[in-house]
Design a binder for this molecule. Structure first.
Ligand code: MN
Length: 249
């Protein structure tokens, strides 16, 4: 098996090192990741400057671009053969509910999915890298077990509680929850007296009931959510079709 690994925390992040170490036991791995932390970069591709890929002493490639750039370049240029699987992470911090739209971790997996390759994003709840080896073991076990029931390609979003293995209760399929609006921007002044802004933290969980990723991870389970890319609101589409027609030729 051949696995491409990327992330959004950068190629030096402990999460990607742990994931690569774990998956190297069952697959030929290629790691292509951003040269610095690009968390929150969503699906951005860099179109206004050229990119370069360099190789670190541990064999990882690092790119001066986004997670999507990394997977894009890996699949179209660095790798001779298409990988069987693309894995992103392990992200420092959860990617649940509406986070998935902003997440570079999910975006790296999405880029693989858009190239027709099964892809999985792994994130660890809470920052700090506690129990990272355990999270990597869980990721390895999930990859080993596979997802035979799903059509190819699939796109999965996995969140792992930041707990020792002995406290993880199992894995649950979950839907995305929802968040409240983001916390306010943090306003300050630069040394020249000009206003500057730091984007504030995400909002607290809003829809976190049973069956959501927020809920199951809070109960000590790993959440796995199948994602889709089509954002069409089917119900509103039919309402608009009543007014404007359905687009037949
Ligand atoms: Mn990140």
């Amino acid at each position: 098996m051949k696995i491409l690994i990327s992330n959004d925390d950068g190629y030096l992040a402990p999460g990607i090192v742990a994931l690569a170490d774990a998956l190297a036991s069952i697959a030929d791995i290629v790691v292509v990741a951003p040269d610095s932390n690009r968390s929150g970069s969503s699906n951005a591709l860099t179109l206004d400057r050229p990119l370069s890929a360099q190789r670190a002493s541990n064999g990882f490639y690092f790119v001066n671009g986004t997670p999507s750039d990394c997977v894009h370049i890996a699949l179209t240029s660095i790798m001779q053969e298409k990988p069987d699987l693309i894995v992103s992470g392990i992200n420092q911090g959860q990617n649940m509910g509406d986070d998935t739209l902003y997440s570079g971790t999910v975006a790296a997996a999405t880029e693989g999915y858009l190239f027709g390759i099964p892809s999985i994003a792994f994130s660890q709840v809470d920052k700090g890298w506690s129990h990272l080896e355990d999270a990597a073991k869980i990721a390895l076990n999930m990859v080993k077990q596979g997802f035979a029931a799903l059509p190819r390609p699939y796109l999965l979003n996995v969140n792992i509680p930041n707990l020792p293995m002995s406290d993880i209760k199992g894995i649950r399929a979950a839907r995305l929850g929802k968040r409240h609006m983001s916390e306010p921007v943090i306003k300050a002044q630069d040394p020249h007296g000009r206003d500057i802004y730091w984007i504030g933290p995400p909002g607290k969980a809003k829809e976190a009931g049973e069956g959501t990723d927020f809920f199951v991870t809070a109960q000590g389970y790993v959440s796995v959510t199948p994602l889709q890319i089509d954002l069409t609101n089917i119900k509103q589409l039919s309402q608009l079709q009543d007014d404007f027609g359905a687009g037949e030729a």
